[in-house]
Write a protein that binds this ligand. Structure first.
Ligand SMILES: [Fe+2]
Ligand SMILES: [Fe+2]
Length: 336
């Protein structure tokens, strides 16, 4: 789903952007820049500057990790879904997220890092994933709200990545975005049923979930543009097409009407239409909370990582069996 973490590197030193180039490299660099300026797509075998490769690797692997960790808060509701229909939908959604992770790991591998290296970086805490998944899903209404708001924010973030200059990432994103719209719709539909046909207690449950998820969702777009030094380079390279603040504003403007349709209140007393800007004004985001969660101190950081590592360890026998099977098949082929 989720790309916010790219910007967090600014606080961690980021990549060094300047280095002395040889004449050959200078020529390749100029050709690369011209292709980017012309709106060309870069393929895995094409020459690319080291920092372009590193930036993409960081972003795509973080994105892949987010899809995989994002399965956890929803997965724990599959057995508790209220009806067979909702269970089937949730199961399909969580499987989609697993598939997104795999497309993205494959896209990142084209840049020269193995899946094992990426998984190791996640499990050791070196690699980040979207901080939104460090919040708990306390009730069934949280599952609808995650679909509506978290997947909704993810779509807003991800549609521009379908035009990312790195072609394998852009291609993966086209498939992913189609599935993300189903995720958003199923979440909205689930909340609509509770709001229109449910009990007062169910309506209160939806409002409570929206109150808890709204602000963390706004943080999914990353820090404000003036605090995101990586933004400009990402834009220059055609990796990032639209700035954090622009995407956040678009998300808010689109969500206000949907909230009205649902009959829920977005928890921001300063949220109001600004005729002059033709956009909604909104309250101040608590960025200290964002940085705290990114640094590992959110409500569920430790639990999520521990679950992920356990799932990996528990699955070791499956990987071993698959390798043994592949080895047996290739021996049989050689013998034939
Ligand atoms: Fe996804
Ligand atoms: Fe999704």
């Amino acid at each position: 789903m989720y790309t916010q973490a790219m910007d967090t590197m600014a606080r961690e030193g980021g990549a060094k952007l300047e280095k002395v180039l040889s004449a050959d490299e200078q020529h390749l660099q100029e050709r690369f820049d011209a292709r980017i300026d012309a709106g060309d797509f870069i393929e895995a075998k094409d020459w690319m500057p080291d920092n372009y490769r590193k930036t993409l690797l960081r972003q795509i692997s973080q994105h892949a990790h987010s899809e995989i960790v994002g399965m956890l808060p929803e997965g724990n509701w599959i057995a508790r879904a209220p009806t067979l229909k909702r269970k089937a939908i949730l199961l399909a959604k969580v499987q989609d997220e697993g598939g997104h992770g795999l497309y993205l790991y494959a896209a990142a591998e084209t840049l020269g890092q193995s899946r094992d290296q990426m998984v190791e970086a996640l499990h050791s805490g070196k690699a980040k994933y979207s901080s939104i998944f460090n919040y708990p899903t306390l009730t069934w209404a949280d599952i609808g709200t995650v679909g509506w708001l978290v997947d909704g924010a993810a779509i807003m973030n991800q549609v521009p990545i379908c035009r990312c200059s790195y072609a394998p990432y852009a291609r993966a994103m086209i498939r992913i975005c189609r599935e993300e719209s189903f995720h958003q719709r199923q979440g909205f539909d689930s909340l609509l049923v509770m709001m229109k046909e449910g009990t007062d207690a169910q309506r209160a449950m939806v409002q409570d979930a929206v109150d808890r998820w709204w602000w963390p969702c706004l943080m999914m777009f990353g820090p404000p543009d003036d605090q995101s030094p990586n933004n400009a380079q990402g834009m220059r390279w055609g990796i990032k097409r639209v700035s954090n603040d622009t995407l956040r504003q678009k998300f808010i403007d689109a969500t206000v009407d949907q909230a009205k349709l649902l009959g829920v209140t977005l928890p921001d007393p300063d949220l109001k239409w600004n005729e002059e800007r033709q956009a909604h004004d909104f309250g101040t985001i608590d960025w200290s909370e964002f940085w705290r969660v990114v640094a590992g101190d959110g409500p569920n950081n430790r639990e999520r990582l521990a679950m992920r590592v356990k799932a990996w360890d528990d699955g070791a026998w499956v990987r071993e069996a698959a390798l043994a099977h592949a080895a047996k098949q290739s021996t049989q082929k050689e013998a034939a």
